[in-house]
Design a protein around this ligand. Structure first.
Ligand code: SAM
Length: 364
């Protein structure tokens, strides 16, 4: 199939990335920002392994679930996926995707925690820039194009304002580091101040959850499950200890590659390096600690050898928090000695296809 060729489409369903799936013609085509039942014309942008990726060009049949997006950049920006439909429809789609992805696991009934707001929530937003072409904005992974988004609505008001200021009179060109013509900037709001961080992996002291109020709801879910009994806890991919700081634990060990906190219950270690399990296990023995509760919150890549960690450490209960349900399911399917006792979908990233999953496990 030639690229940039117009093709007809008819959307049958949405996939887990929020894209419409069309089975019309020679191959399956994925078309963002469409809805089931919609028909029209799309332009093919790329092809891979017998499937095509296209952008919508025009609609001849429009879904009754379609609404006018609140964001002026929605049609061209790759970052939000659902602003062309209602929040109810977005959440229902996410729940359907969750159930579909987790269908091989014997999950109890899933609890859905809706977002408290659909826009104006991110305390940090990352933009890509290229001084040679004088562009800053969201990077479209399909085309590698930088998309201008001066009126972006996803950030908290302070972040949105800072984004507008960057665009005003091309202010960002004066601020971007001269020795790095292409890169990224993180605009973040923390402790009542908005700051810019150019080309570093983490702004201001390590990872922080992007949506404050949803983070508080995640704490609540974990606290309810943890209970008031003073259990000992191992917090893997702990960041600043966000998930365990307020739990009534008896003892704790937090492990993360990024060692922001210097307290004695924080240990800096790459959990993806060979020998990481041995290192953590040796440290636990040295501290005379055998954690009854394991809480883990890895990056999108998950923890492929979770089963080995559970076999070695033998916690009675586990809470696995994940921003990528695909790797979460992959890791849990290998675990046979634990059964799921709870499943929560927290809508941490409204307007996008992303969500946070929380699965509780108990040793059989
Ligand atoms: C999704 S964040 C969760 C952080 C924390 N639980 C929280 O709620 O704020 C994932 C964490 O994994 C850490 N991380 C990334 N790669 C790692 C590695 N190779 N070894 C250990 N930690 C890693 C990051 O520094 C980050 O703090």
């Amino acid at each position: 199939m030639r690229q940039n060729r117009p093709i007809p489409f008819k959307i049958s369903t949405l996939d887990s990335l929020g894209q419409g799936v069309s089975k019309l013609g020679e191959r399956i085509t994925f078309i963002p920002k469409t809805l089931p039942g919609e028909e029209g014309e799309a332009i093919v942008q790329a092809e891979k392994k017998g499937v095509a990726f296209a952008r919508m060009n025009s609609l001849s049949v429009s879904s009754s679930d379609r609404v006018k997006p609140v964001c002026p950049h929605f049609d061209v920006c790759p970052s939000c996926h659902y602003l062309h439909t209602s929040y109810e429809k977005e959440l229902a789609t996410k729940k359907e995707n969750f159930l579909n992805l987790f269908r091989k696991l014997p999950l109890p009934e899933i609890k859905v925690v809706p977002a408290v707001r659909r826009t104006g929530y991110r305390n940090r937003v990352q933009l890509h820039y290229d001084t040679k072409i004088r562009k800053i904005g969201m990077l479209d992974a399909r085309t590698q194009e930088i998309i201008n988004i001066p009126q972006c609505l996803i950030g908290v008001p302070e972040v949105s304002k800072a984004i507008q200021n960057l665009y005003a009179d091309e202010q960002w060109l004066k601020l971007a580091p001269k020795n790095t013509p292409r890169g990224h900037v993180e605009i973040y709001y923390k402790d009542q101040a908005t700051e810019l961080s150019w080309n570093s992996s983490y702004a201001q002291g390590g990872f922080t959850q992007v949506f404050g109020e949803m983070n508080a709801l995640l704490h609540q879910e974990i606290a309810n499950w943890f209970g008031n009994e003073k259990s000992s806890v191992l917090d893997l991919f702990a960041g600043n200890g966000n998930l365990t700081n307020n739990l009534p634990y008896s003892e704790r060990l937090c492990v993360d590659i990024y060692n922001a906190a210097k307290e004695s219950d924080f240990y800096s270690c790459s959990l993806y390096e060979p020998g990481a399990l041995e290192k953590v296990s040796t440290l636990l023995k040295k501290k005379n600690l055998s954690p009854q509760v394991l809480i883990l919150d890895p990056p999108r890549s998950g923890l492929t050898d979770l089963k080995e960690w559970l076999t070695e450490l033998n916690p009675a209960r586990v809470a696995y928090v994940s921003c990528d349900p695909h790797t979460l399911v992959r890791d849990l399917l290998k675990v046979t000695d634990y059964r799921p006792t709870g499943a929560v979908l927290l809508d941490f990233f409204p307007s996008t296809f992303h969500f946070e999953s929380l699965i509780f496990l108990e040793r059989k």
